[in-house]
Design a protein around this ligand. Structure first.
Ligand code: C5P
Length: 308
């Protein structure tokens, strides 16, 4: 196939992010409940002489265009497995905030993989694609799977979860990003400083909350709001204290729940319905505590090929 191929991949919010102790390999075991939301990046793969990346979108200037880009690494990994050259131009239309805790880079990797597989006719199995994703990063398999899923291990071992409805979300995008490793390091530092310790022997094994799984199953936003949690939130707030004002602005406007999305700095607000989401969004926009505001809903499906 030589026509360009485009894949569309959603962002995520973590409705539970329970972080275990620091493992000897530098990662943390997680109970990570991902929910895919309707902000998408699109990755278009076109035949080219060599691997090349271009990016469009408001945050395009913050995206690396070299081999460190996760989309480039995904293309190289697939090509290596199949003994072909990664001769492809990947164009990323970016709508997911960059370094925002919404897995935008991970989405681009999942999209590149799917698009290159179709372009090159490599016909990788679902398992092979998920394998490559897991090798590249803890959040990447979820970009492929979408919906709602529990991630164990470092987040890459996924079990899809049932959901009984659509949840309405508002996202407050901050100025600048946060580095995921830096936020995990800060989480460890805060745990050490509290005297509890940060190792696997010190921190209880992370477990999914039964009340949270129930709320997802029944689609009850109020019940979900009561139990959402993010163990990385204190670390994100410690590195970016201004986020407290953003969280407060959304809560004051009637959000059912206000939390940092993943490692941040994007803040996520759960609303009762689309009208309540609009009220929260308007208040956040007027608060001067964030760069931009997005309204969306989820769960939505994972990476899909679309007509360009
Ligand atoms: O897997 P990924 O490349 O997204 O991880 C980036 C960094 O985030 C890791 O190098 C590690 O510092 C931290 N991390 C972690 N525990 C996880 C996932 C990520 O400590 N479960």
């Amino acid at each position: 196939m030589t026509r360009p191929v485009t894949a569309r991949v959603p962002a995520k919010v973590n409705v539970q992010l329970a972080v275990g102790g620091l493992r000897p390999d530098g990662f943390h075991d997680l109970a990570n409940v991902f929910l895919a939301v309707g902000l998408h990046d699109e990755v278009t793969a076109t035949p080219a002489d060599t691997l090349r990346i271009t990016v469009e979108g408001a945050d395009a200037g913050q995206v690396p265009l070299d081999h460190t880009n996760l989309a480039a690494r995904a293309a190289v990994a697939l090509a290596e497995r199949h003994g072909i050259a990664p001769a492809v131009h990947l164009h990323i239309a970016k709508d997911i905030p960059v370094a925002g805790g919404m897995a935008g880079g991970s989405a681009d990797a999942a999209g590149a993989l799917l698009a290159c597989d179709a372009l090159w006719g490599t016909k990788a199995t679902r398992e092979e694609l998920l394998d490559i994703c897991a090798d590249l990063g803890s959040d990447i398999p979820f970009g492929l799977v979408g919906g709602v899923a529990l991630g164990r291990g470092r987040g890459e071992l996924l079990t899809p979860l049932d959901t009984g409805g659509t949840f309405h979300w508002v996202f407050a995008v901050a100025d600048g990003g946060l580095s995921t490793p830096a936020v995990y390091r800060e989480c460890d530092r805060l745990r050490e400083a509290s005297g509890a310790g940060a190792g696997v022997a010190d921190v209880p094994d992370p477990e999914p909350s039964p009340a949270l799984l129930d709320a997802l199953r029944t689609g009850d936003a109020t019940a979900l709001a009561a139990v959402v949690s993010n163990d990385l939130q204190p670390a994100a707030l410690s590195l970016r204290p201004a986020l407290a004002a953003t969280l407060r602005a959304g809560a004051d406007a009637g959000a059912l729940a206000s939390l940092v999305s993943g490692s941040g700095p994007t803040c996520a607000f759960l609303a009762k319905d689309p009208e309540a989401a609009q009220v929260v969004a308007d208040a956040l926009a007027a608060s001067g505590t964030c760069r931009s505001v997005r309204i969306t809903s989820g769960p939505v499906p994972g990476a899909r090929l679309v007509d360009a």
